[in-house]
Write a protein that binds this ligand. Sequence first.
Ligand SMILES: Cc1cc2nc3c(=O)[nH]c(=O)nc-3n(C[C@H](O)[C@H](O)[C@H](O)COP(=O)(O)OP(=O)(O)OC[C@H]3O[C@@H](n4cnc5c(N)ncnc54)[C@H](O)[C@@H]3O)c2cc1C
Length: 418
Amino acid sequence: MGHFHVVGAGLAGLACAVALSRAGRPVTLYEAAPQAGGRCRSYFDDHLGRTIDNGNHLLMSGNTVALAFVDTIGSRDTLTGPDRAEFPFVDLRTNQRWVVRPGASPLPWWLLVPSRRVPQTRLADYRSGLGLLFAGCAATVNEVFDPAGALYQRFWEPLAVAALNCDPTEGAAALLRPVLLRTFGRGAAYCQPLVAARGLSETFADPAVRFIEAHGGTVCFGATLRATEWRDDTPIALRFDSESVPIASGDRVVLAAPPTAVQRLLPGLTVPEGSNAIVNAHMRFDGPVDWPWRAPLAGLIGGTAQWIFHRDDIVSVTVSAADALAEQPSEDIAAILWQDVARALGRSDVTPPAIRVVKEKRATFHQTPAQVARRPGPRTRWPGVFLAGDWTDTGLPATIEGAILSGERAAREAMTSR
Ligand SMILES: Cc1cc2nc3c(=O)[nH]c(=O)nc-3n(C[C@H](O)[C@H](O)[C@H](O)COP(=O)(O)OP(=O)(O)OC[C@H]3O[C@@H](n4cnc5c(N)ncnc54)[C@H](O)[C@@H]3O)c2cc1C
């Protein structure tokens, strides 16, 4: 049996190596960083004295691929969320507050009850959601919805910016469709918010590494793939800093690194270009936070902060499509975001807590119709070489669900290809 070489231990590479080792295939996973998880990881922050995530990550109960993955690696119990689907919102300009609570049925009967709708919206406004079902590949989000309407500003826009990490004037509407169909489109059981209770690494990365090793696989950290050596079009060695790993005939290589790195390794491969930033600010309070909602997150409208999350004594803010904000000094960002948080929590009297700003400048690829069209599938024209990553053509946005799906798909392709 040939050996499987997986490059990149983000969620795509981990999911690929988990699937391969689970199927009894010999696998080595190479990761440039000293830890697994890639863009979905935790670390200890000295300033806050807490373990924090590189960014808040939201999963929904409709993310069935991701949930099956955490079941496999044995970390499902580290995901937490309310037992009902509910999404609190605050309009920071008016302090108006509401909670979106989808009903159990896939048909949105709950919209017939005016008090359950987003404030200042009419039943007829929700027809705009149907436009998404028929959105073509070239359509952007704000070509599908009416950007002037309250429903857009208070629901569609925050949802689209969070899901696509892209300004709605540019974001691909077609990528938002599967998000909606797999969650809100299936009823409340599929849109319960879930977060990693003890941090992303404890839910996704560390148990996956343990699973791979327990199933006979090897995980190498600090292993940056610098180049691939070829004979004709077939890879014969992977060149790392300190060694060259020979690729025997019958071996398979899965590249699960970001698109720029993969393109350097496979010149001529078409990949999406450009990326968008996500800015997070983690705020450590002195003592328990008086969190007013049952859900672990709330949407903020009308400020700079877009979503706030709560875990123990930490409140974290997410700002997606944050390229301009990410250019500002961290102290200025902290001050701006604290104002929004203080207003949302009614804590304007309190002195600002310790704050850590994390800028992920290349959080996801630029998810516009033009760049989505450049996503490659898992197979390449190079024999024995496969691709995984949230940027490959999964039909989903660049998310946990998409990354894991891509890794499992690449594993299947690599195992079945001749
Ligand atoms: C701040 C932030 C917030 C997010 N929020 C959400 C959210 O709420 N919900 C959600 O579903 N998704 C969210 N995402 C997206 C999600 O994190 C990603 O889609 C997912 O983690 C991508 O995984 P990946 O394996 O495709 O890529 P990566 O995580 O980028 O993994 C690639 C790996 O390859 C390694 N590598 C690179 N070059 C080499 C090389 N030459 N040799 C060896 N290794 C190499 C890298 O170090 C990295 O570990 C968020 C992302 C960010 C950054």
